[in-house]
Design a protein around this ligand. Structure first.
Ligand code: ATP
Ligand code: MG
Length: 394
């Protein structure tokens, strides 16, 4: 970074501190994820690790709101605030507090409180010395009154052995765990609303994602594939880059259309998808699959039918939306910025060649009977061989 920082942000980390020995690993992952997300959007930003905190130097003051918003979206942070930094003496802290209050609380009315704390007991003053000293100075400099139980605004001060930080407002972070600390998962990403949201929720619990999209040209158009890429790009922002695998799915669908009972087509498609995804996950060293399925949402997502798809794969299947309502999924999609892309019209390969009355409750023997009419292994192998992989940058 060339210039001295115009502004400094301080991010507090969450559940990480519960993780004892893994702590350094978690903080390093969080540091890298933050730097990646910020660098994808802004040019003069530098993440630095401190004692139990991450700091972000922002080279241009006008980038601060954007930088705060980006940090608030990175899994693993409890909150993030723009802070002022000064030496850890009462004189310096008082001066910094007055400057901050003048800048942020000019013209404000009502009450305030000082929330001062020390991170080490070795400092030559107590937390109540700190609060009294800063409180008295702010009281004298503003027309505000002190209210310690329900203040209208709070000035926070955190003092460590080498420096103090002061701030007046913190943005809540996304919570969760840093992406990459919980293992890798292969997200089955369609062009719909739910699967990107499921991917986001898995990332938020620390999963690093790759994605697979099953493409059935010419029945499904290139626009759908482009849409899936756009959704993958959204998810990539939280982890740097994301590998999207496009698996050819026309042949399995045609085989099922031509040789099987179409009333079971959706379940048969889905078992083929799961088999191919499972194979691909093995090849990529990924520990789990992840889907946007919700219990009971459609015929293929009943307990019985989810059991039938689980039966064909070896891996854990993460279904972060399993117990959510569609409305909750839509609300999350809006929040993470995938909704507008997801609602663009697209072709759904699961809707191809279907009869009016599909079977809602399959059984394993029924499935196996149908699948004995096609060469499952060869079709899976052929699809897995034909996968095209693209690196998606945020
Ligand atoms: P979505 O909105 O994510 O498409 P949906 O409610 O439309 O979900 P389905 O079409 O039944 O539900 O699909 C259930 C899940 O199966 C999806 O969430 C996704 O994980 C996976 N899936 C469906 N179609 C595809 C596809 N063409 N490629 C990859 N995954 C798919
Ligand atoms: Mg769908």
């Amino acid at each position: 970074m060339s210039d001295p920082d115009e502004a400094l942000l301080m991010a507090r980390v969450g559940e990480l501190w519960l993780k004892g020995r893994n702590r350094d690993h978690f903080v390093r992952a969080l540091h890298d994820n933050l730097q990646t997300a910020l660098s994808a959007a802004l040019s003069h930003v530098q993440v630095m690790a401190g004692r139990g905190r991450l700091y972000v130097g922002v080279g241009r003051a006008e980038d601060v709101p954007r930088a705060l918003a980006i940090c608030a979206d990175v899994p693993g942070l409890v909150d993030v605030a723009r802070v002022e930094r000064c030496p850890p003496t009462l004189d310096a802290i008082e001066a910094a507090a007055l400057a901050l209050v003048e800048a942020r609380w000019a013209g404000a009315t009502g009450s305030f409180a000082i929330d001062g704390r020390r991170t080490q007991k070795t400092l030559p003053f107590s937390s109540s010395d700190l609060n009294r000293r800063v409180g008295a100075a702010v009281l004298a400099a503003t027309g505000l009154r002190v209210d310690l139980s329900r203040p209208d605004r709070t000035l926070s001060v955190e003092v460590g052995p080498r420096r103090a930080h002061l701030w007046t407002a913190a943005c809540p972070g996304a919570g969760g765990l840093p992406v990459g600390t919980a293992g890798g998962a292969l997200l089955m990403l369609s062009g719909g609303i739910d699967s990107p949201v499921a991917g986001y929720l898995a990332q938020k619990r620390g999963c690093r994602l790759e994605a697979v999209y099953f493409h059935s040209p010419p029945f499904v158009g290139e626009a759908t594939r482009a849409k899936v890429q756009a959704l993958a790009r959204r998810l990539a922002a939280r982890q740097g880059r994301l590998t999207l695998h496009v698996a050819p799915f026309t042949d399995p669908q045609l085989a099922i259309r031509d040789h099987c009972d179409r009333r079971m087509a959706v379940l048969l498609y889905r078992r083929m998808m799961y088999r191919i995804a499972d194979r691909l996950a093995g090849r990529r060293g990924l520990d789990a699959l992840c889907t946007g399925e919700m219990l009971g949402q459609v015929a293929s997502q009943t307990m019985a039918n989810l059991t039938l798809v689980d039966a064909v794969c070896d891996r854990l299947v993460l279904r972060p939306l399993l117990t959510h309502d569609k409305q909750e999924s839509v609300a999350l999609a809006r929040r993470i910025g995938t909704y507008e892309t997801s609602i663009l019209p697209h072709d759904d390969c699961c809707a191809l060649f279907l009869p009016d009355h599909p079977v809602t409750r399959g059984t394993a023997p029924l499935m196996r009977g149908q699948e004995s009419r096609i060469d499952v292994d060869a079709l899976v192998e052929q699809a897995a061989q034909g996968v095209e992989s693209v690196e998606i940058e945020p």
